[in-house]
Design a protein around this ligand. Structure first.
Ligand code: N01
Length: 534
């Protein structure tokens, strides 16, 4: 029987067992370190475990939403669709865990509650709901979109019907047949689930605070000839991830709307609408940076919405009035078409805010009687998974306090005053404005090389300097200010949650970022301090 007071000792503790966590476990094991993953859920998968709502699917093409570190893995695994559905991604993650014998390195149903740096022995002490751990390195692989945002709607505690949240969906299949369903939120999760729920529900009420731009996925079975062509040059294809601004291979186009005839632009936008998905946003190089070019692309999508949605009032409500891409672009299967159904009703929350929720209704400008309420209200993005854990660094500094005015990090990897703590795809890195898979692999490789370098060079402690961190975040904001991202309310800048600090967090531009983090290594980890003397 294990002793509950025993402190379990490791070289590295990783928090989270999704894409980042399991690859980090593999890499550190290969370095010879004694490593454990602590995982809150009872199985692998993180975001792909919790977000199992109807229609949950990745909107990055399957052939590049997968690991590239192992050639035989990427050659042997076959995706069935152009964009993979949640169950298949979960199956893939489990396959990877088994193939590389990683399961015994994961402690399930252990939720990390606190992490505290001990300046005496230079180690981290972690407490979970079950045990206590001591480790030299603490690696947060907790994801950017993992803490659900659950707004406190007046009276929600009185609701007696079925209450669901897309980000924490039950395992059992939900059948909405004959039910009156309300969904609050119109981000990616809602946009994916609404068309499927609408087919079952008797009535579906969509409560929209802000409309979103969405591009048709044109999903379908994997095109075997494309798969064959890509697999013949897989590693070369994957290198394109690091050359494209948003880390998606094959979509970058250097042409500018500003320098192209409008007729030609419209033809190209039509082609991109039909086939590019998220790539629509990168279809012209000036859409993310030039307001005029952005408006051409935005008008194109607004016109599409008006063509698809038959009721002009509904169409108009569904048309966003901000820059396309300012909020995370969505990719859908039949979203706008769904509003032509007689059982689907759009409610504009700006004009008709929710007053209260009763046992069986939502009260806005009128009463909506419902059986099921679905919250598709998003996440405490990018920082929530870190600030929700009680993390204490040097001199008893709490991460939550240090980030009160907005998160600051060096490279999105290191945080001043928090030695030997690494974040994978943390704030200040391309993360959510990139294809997460290559960004995760890039960080895991970087962190592993860094730890290896520390071992080779006899360094006990690494931490980012405050100056490097300040300069880095200034650069993040300087770049963002050159784009259309900063003047739209979005979860990229904390605006989806009232009480959250409003700070823009992702680094825009994968190629520049890649060059810069390599330069840091080549200059012996400039910006980081080793073995700081107190
Ligand atoms: O969350 P969201 P999501 N009252 O934040 C509304 C990734 N993802 O889960 O815009 C009323 O986008 C909120 O309104 P507003 C992807 O990166 C990927 O849908 O803040 N409404 C918004 O409409 C995505 O961007 C995939 O005004 C409230 C909605 O709820 C990210 O996850 C699939 C409200 C939340 O939308 C998040 O997507 C799914 C309130 N108090 C998700 N609070 C794929 O790979 C919030 N809202 C495809």
């Amino acid at each position: 029987m294990s002793n509950v007071n025993e402190v379990k000792e490791f070289d590295a503790v990783i928090i989270g067992s999704v894409l980042a966590g399991i690859y980090q476990l593999l890499k550190l094991r290969r370095l010879g370190l004694n490593v454990i993953i602590l995982e809150k859920a009872d199985q692998i998968g993180g975001t792909w475990h919790w977000n199992r709502y109807p229609g949950a699917r990745c909107d990055i093409p399957s052939l590049e939403y997968s690991y590239q570190f192992d050639e035989s893995l990427q050659q042997e695994w076959n995706w069935t669709e152009k964009y993979s559905a949640q169950p298949e991604i979960l199956e893939y993650l489990n396959h990877v865990a088994d193939r590389f014998e990683l399961r015994d390195g994961i402690q399930f149903e252990e939720e990390v509650q606190s992490a505290k740096f001990n300046e005496g022995n230079l180690k981290w002490n972690l407490s979970t709901n079950k045990a206590t751990y001591q480790t030299k390195f603490c690696i947060f692989a907790t994801g950017c979109l993992s803490v659900p945002n659950k707004p406190n709607f007046d009276g929600i505690e009185n609701f007696e019907g079925e209450l669901l949240q897309t980000s924490n969906w039950p395992h059992e299949e939900q059948d909405f047949t004959g039910r009156k369903v309300a969904i609050i939120g119109t981000g990616s999760s809602a946009i994916q689930s609404i068309p499927i729920i609408a087919e079952q529900a008797e009535e579906l009420y969509v409560f929209q605070r802000t409309p979103n731009y969405s591009i048709p996925s044109n999903n379908g079975p994997m095109d075997k000839s494309i798969e064959k062509e890509i697999k013949a040059r897989y590693s070369e294809f994957r290198q394109e991830n690091y050359l494209n601004g948003f880390g998606i291979a094959g979509i970058s186009d250097e042409s500018l709307i500003a320098e192209t005839e409008l007729e030609e632009v419209h033809q190209q936008l039509e082609e991109n609408w039909q086939s590019a998905g998220l790539g629509f946003f990168g279809g012209y190089a000036d859409i993310p940076i030039d307001k005029g070019a952005n408006q051409v692309a935005a008008d194109f999508v607004r016109n599409k919405i008006k063509e698809i949605v038959k009721n002009p009032d509904t169409a108009s409500l569904l048309c966003p009035d901000y820059h396309i891409g300012g909020k995370r672009l969505c990719v859908d299967t039949g979203y706008f078409e769904t509003f032509n159904r007689e059982n689907v009703h759009l409610i504009d929350l700006k004009a008709n805010p929710i007053q209260t929720i009763n046992s069986n209704s939502i009260e806005a400008h009128k009463s909506y009687e419902i059986d099921t309420l679905i919250l598709a209200t998003g996440f405490d993005a990018m920082t929530g998974a870190l600030t929700n854990i009680d993390i204490t660094g040097r001199e008893n500094i709490k991460l939550k306090d240090q980030w009160e005015e907005g998160a600051k990090s060096y490279l999105g990897i290191g945080i001043s005053n928090f030695p030997n703590l690494f974040t994978i795809t943390g704030p200040g890195s391309p993360s959510v404005l990139s294809n997460m898979m290559p960004s995760i692999e890039q960080h895991v490789n970087w962190i592993t090389d860094c730890i290896d370098w520390m071992i080779q060079n006899d360094k006990a402690v690494i931490e980012s300097s405050e100056t490097a961190e300040e300069e880095w975040m200034s650069l993040v904001n300087e770049i963002a200010d050159m784009t259309v991202f900063t003047d739209t309310k979005s979860w990229y800048n904390g605006s989806n949650i009232e009480e959250k600090a409003k700070a823009f967090l992702p680094f825009i531009g994968v190629p520049v970022y890649t060059e810069m983090i390599e330069e840091v290594v080549n200059e012996d980890y400039k910006g980081f301090i080793f073995d700081r003397m107190n």
